[in-house]
Write a protein that binds this ligand. Structure first.
Ligand code: CTP
Length: 407
């Protein structure tokens, strides 16, 4: 087991020595990578003397083994752990800035990444940092959150580096899980797949300023797109209006209404090998869209709605050997209702979630779902959406490989 321990320039950089020792005591090989600012806080020699290995402290430093190149290291590490992680490194990771060894390593690695932020209270609370953290979580980065306490800047609040022992513990958990968990895939098992994914809500206009929509943040569909890309698939993401940035290197098609989503899916169906419909499509749309804003009157008004086309069912009719996965958001009789959808829409898997739970489903980052196929029902525990995404992709692949596609 090999871990890259990234040390950045926070006041708590000295605690990284303890993290390194904790990992080594557990039999983990540690390669320390320091940023330029970190070397001002602790000398590379400290890490080198204690670990017995040379430290990488720059892109071009002659001190490190010339054999170690960032790509080679990126491919041969089981975990990238950054402790302490400054606001600056979080911002660089979140935005793909690669201007030194650690940031270049991060962007070229497929191993899981665990970061332990440490900074001043205001820096941690700043919307820029929180947005970066949110973005990184979406990219699958795992966190050991900072603790509350008395900080070097003489204030009290969240920002202090988590205890080294806790960081080591979390790193070992991830390494232990690696053999069995689908989350830590470093393989490209979807290289031959072309996956069409729908995500987010649709918006059905009533007039130029009003519309009907569904509750959906798009997080689940975007997580599937991100995970599929990482596993080597070609991804086309058809998305309704959401506040998320599209995953890197997926083809993203923005749509608004159910009718637009239907057209986009049908236009891209031929090339796809798997279709995953995570979008919350409106079931009804106004029969007539007013061209001008409807003015308020005294009495009631009646809005006439007509059904939209069911995209999942339409694809089910012409799927022709493709793996088709749908979602079911239920508030009661989850399994029975989802199974009905599986049969009626000729899907191969329905991902069912009970949206009456507050920690699962809409807007949150976790989801508790059941994977319902013709043969079985698998009830998963409450998991981060990125892990749910991996499980869905695992199931899609198993269905395809075992030729269990609904005719
Ligand atoms: N779906 C679709 N096109 C629609 C409606 C839904 O493709 N016009 C897809 C969704 O993307 C999701 C699944 O169908 O994968 C949800 O099934 P659906 O029958 O729409 O669920 P509900 O609308 O919740 O159905 P019901 O109201 O009967 O529970």
């Amino acid at each position: 087991m090999k871990v890259v321990l990234g040390v950045t320039g926070g006041i708590s950089a000295y605690k990284a020595v303890e993290v390194m020792r904790g990992l080594q005591k557990s039999g983990v090989e540690v390669q320390v990578v320091m940023t330029k600012n970190a070397t001002r806080m602790v000398t590379p020699l400290t890490f080198q003397s204690i670990s017995g290995y040379p430290v990488i402290d720059g892109m071009w430093t002659p001190t490190h083994d010339p054999e170690i190149k960032h790509i080679e290291l990126a491919q041969n590490t089981d975990l990238i752990l950054v402790a302490p992680a400054t606001a600056n490194i979080l911002a660089k990771f979140a935005n793909g800035i690669a201007d030194d060894f650690l940031t270049t390593l991060y962007i070229s690695a497929t191993a899981p990444v665990l970061v332990a932020p440490a900074m001043n209270v205001e820096m941690w609370a700043h919307p820029a940092t929180q947005e970066n953290v949110e973005k990184l979580r979406k990219h699958g980065v795992l966190f050991v959150d900072p603790e509350s306490g008395y900080l070097a800047c003489k204030t009290v609040g969240p920002g202090r580096l988590a205890e080294p022992q806790q960081i080591v513990q979390k790193a070992l958990e991830i390494l232990g899980k690696k053999k069995t968990s689908a989350t830590d895939k470093a393989t490209y098992d979807l290289l031959n797949e072309n996956i069409l994914i729908t995500a987010g809500p649709t918006y059905e206009a009533i007039d130029p300023v009003r519309g009907i929509t569904n509750r959906s943040s798009g997080k689940m569909g975007y997580a599937i797109a991100e995970a599929a890309r990482r596993r080597g698939a070609k991804v086309t993401l058809i998305t309704g209006p959401v506040n998320l940035s599209p995953p890197s290197s997926a083809t993203t098609i923005q749509v608004k209404s159910a009718a637009e989503m239907y057209d986009a899916v049908m236009q891209n169906l031929a090339e796809s090998t798997m279709i995953i419909m995570a979008a919350a499509v409106a079931d009804y749309t106004p029969a007539k869209k007013a061209n001008h804003k409807i003015k308020k009157g005294d009495g009631k008004i009646i809005l006439e709605l007509e059904p939209t086309k069911d995209i999942l069912a339409a694809v089910g009719r012409v799927k022709d050997g493709r793996v088709l996965i749908g979602f079911a958001a239920e508030t009661e009789n989850v399994e029975a209702n989802a199974r009905k959808k599986l049969i009626n829409k000729k899907a191969d898997l329905i991902v069912a979630n009970d949206v009456s739970r507050i920690d699962s489903g809409f807007e949150v980052n976790s989801n508790q779902v059941s994977l319902i196929s013709l043969e079985e029902t698998i009830n998963l525990e409450l998991l981060p959406k990125m892990e749910v995404a991996e499980k869905i992709l695992d199931s899609a692949l198993i269905i395809k490989q075992s030729n269990r596609i609904h005719p």
